[in-house]
Design a protein. Structure first.
Length: 239
């Protein structure tokens, strides 16, 4: 039986790694992105080159990579009032969450993805949510997504499966997963072509990729890269 998946693909490190993970496992993989008025909208511009890079560098995945979808979700940016959608400094709110938290974002994304998946006969939805290296966003939690899987399956009367392959990995582990999936070539493609910086800065290429090097997303990616490289160097020394 052919198993088909839809990957929530933003153009960032995590979603690019998840896309490679899905291409290794499923017979057909489609992708979906969301323009929600994010300040770092440049991540959406990275999606095309990443998809082309995967097709060119990994022939075994080329035939599995199906249609790409991009949805206009700017109404979410209009109502959210966050540092990801408005020009304001990143800070912590009284709730303890950073003001980069976009309320309901992942819940909305998965529901819209589910509507497209329903129409196209895709039973597996894949997202890069993580409860290990994250900013405390409640819609990234494993319990949230398990509950969402149940409600979506009931509400659309079809059995969806929500896969989150990065849920228990830190950023170092995410880099290591990319290497396990596609070797150094995939790591380099993600390092140079993906975008995770909240400021949308692609003026300087650091060891870990493009970014402002000061926002929380850059800090996570930088620390993860350093830990990944240290582990890789230790393994080389041990051999």
């Amino acid at each position: 039986m052919t198993e088909r998946a839809l990957v929530l693909f933003s153009g960032g490190q995590d979603s690019a790694t998840c896309l490679a993970w899905a291409l290794e496992r499923f017979d057909l993989v489609e992708t979906i992105g969301f323009d929600y008025g994010q300040r770092h909208r440049i991540e959406l511009d990275c999606r095309g080159p990443l998809l082309e890079g995967l097709r060119d560098a990994f022939p075994r995945w080329r035939a599995r990579l199906g249609q790409d979808h991009l949805l206009d979700m700017r109404v979410l940016g209009q109502i959210s009032g966050t540092a990801l959608t408005d020009d304001r400094a990143i800070a912590f709110e009284a709730s303890g969450l950073p003001n980069t938290f976009v309320p309901g974002r992942n819940l909305i994304f998965f529901n819209f993805a589910g509507a497209i998946a329903y129409r196209r006969g895709l039973k597996v939805l894949v997202g890069g949510m993580c409860e290990t290296d994250y900013s405390g966003y409640p819609d990234c939690r494993d319990d949230t997504l398990k509950a969402l899987q149940v409600s979506m399956s009931l509400g659309m009367d079809t059995r969806f499966r929500l896969e989150t392959p990065l849920m228990w990995l830190d950023k170092s582990g995410t880099w290591a997963l990319a290497e396990a999936l596609g070797g150094v070539a995939l790591v380099e493609l993600i390092r140079t072509h993906s975008h995770s910086c909240y400021a949308g800065d692609r003026t300087q290429l650091h060891d870990w990729g493009y970014g402002c090097d000061t926002c929380p997303a850059c800090a996570l990616r930088s620390r993860g890269w350093a830990a990944y490289r240290q582990a890789t160097d230790r393994q080389a020394t041990d051999r």
